[in-house]
Design a protein around this ligand. Structure first.
Ligand code: 1HN
Length: 351
């Protein structure tokens, strides 16, 4: 055995011996686990809508929404292929609903949001209330809310899905239940939750779980009008232009326990200062044209393009026309865990 020792070394022999006891030396991996700043395999990437749209529509030729349960093409980060994720902590996909189709009702512990890319006449039902969806609308399906989708329209509807699937995977906390029927019964009139909680009032003496927003539809028309009103003040943040976060009206905090959602306006010719934060973010172009510089990559942006900014990767945006961007991230989870950090501007040229 002495020769073995010299051939493979004392340490390697030790590692082999402890391996059979399901133990491993921390010191071999410590520096790759506990890094001075975030290190990620996720890469900056842009899915140009003109390149992917046709594939999303063609998914409609190969499977029905009912058969698929959810007919989605997953946007896989090129650095994380095969892992069904767009960032290390978030999942994103493009979902297609065709006229007359139903995506059956279910509920799960994962939080989900949808951002409508195109189409009209489709709805999502959440806990007995339907919300019809138009381009640019944000729809939430918070954890364990029953949800199904359908379309009474005449054109295909496509939306961007964002879910916290990898976070729930990390916690091994996935539960899924199917509803006995495809579509849940409608028990509330359209707009009910907005009337109760989305008008700067709430019903007296309500005991609510406040982990997620009770409002689940945030229409484009509302936030777009708000942005246009606010822009008159000309108070532009150097890193974000005019950026708003969608809130849970019960708390003023983010819309769901893990996922936060944002919208921002950059006026034509505005150029942001470099910015980075620990929450990797998924962006989509709502209106306008511009450029995104993400790490070493440069993306030329037009409406419906989707791009991902990895954790701690510098982002700089140029608006060539008035540019409206929607984005979501795991900032909600990171803030709860005391992890979230940002770095604004060119501090010591370190960005
Ligand atoms: C889900 O429930 C939807 O409801 C979309 O539209 C994508 C991906 C994984 C797990 C659940 C939806 C999903 C999902």
């Amino acid at each position: 055995m002495g020769s073995t020792k010299t051939e493979i070394g004392v340490r390697e022999k030790f590692y082999q011996d402890i391996d059979s006891h399901n133990m491993a030396p921390l010191w071999e991996v410590f520096r790759s686990l506990v890094t001075p700043t975030p290190v990620t395999l996720a890469r900056p990437h842009c899915w140009y809508y003109q390149d992917v749209r046709d594939w999303v529509l063609r998914a409609g030729d190969v499977i029905t929404a009912r058969e698929a349960e959810r007919r989605v093409l997953v946007l896989e980060n090129p650095g994380l292929r095969g892992q069904t994720r767009i960032t290390n902590s978030l999942y994103a996909g493009l979902q297609l609903i065709l006229p007359g189709e139903v995506a059956p009702s279910h509920r799960h512990t994962q939080s989900a949001l949808r951002f409508i890319i195109e189409g009209t006449g489709a709805y999502t039902a959440v806990d007995g209330e339907r919300a019809y969806m138009e381009r640019g609308d944000l729809i939430l399906t918070p954890p364990m809310t029953w949800h199904d989708h359908g379309s009474n329209g005449e054109v295909p509807t496509v939306w961007l899905d964002g879910l916290d699937i990898p976070i729930i995977q990390t916690f091994d906390a996935s539960f899924l239940e199917g509803f006995p029927e495809d579509s849940q019964p409608t028990t509330k009139p359209e707009g009910d939750s907005r009337a109760r909680y989305g008008r700067n009032m709430r019903p007296l003496d309500t005991q609510l779980k406040n982990t997620s927003s009770p409002v689940f539809s945030y229409p484009y028309a509302d936030y777009r009008e708000a942005l246009e009103k606010m822009r008159l003040q000309e108070e532009w943040d150097i890193c974000h232009g005019l950026k708003m976060t969608f809130i849970n009206p019960q708390t003023g905090g983010p819309v769901m326990p893990t996922i936060a959602a944002f919208v921002q306006l950059l006026p034509k010719a505005f150029s942001t200062s470099p910015y980075r934060s620990t929450d990797a973010s998924v962006y989509t172009v709502v209106d306008g044209e511009g450029r995104a510089f993400v790490g070493d990559e440069e993306f030329s942006l037009t409406p419906n393009d989707i791009f991902v900014v990895p954790s701690w990767c510098p982002l700089q945006l140029n608006a060539e026309e008035d540019l409206v961007l929607f984005s979501f991230s795991d900032r909600s989870a990171q803030e709860k865990l005391g992890l979230w950090r940002e770095q604004r501007g060119n501090k010591e040229d370190s960005l």
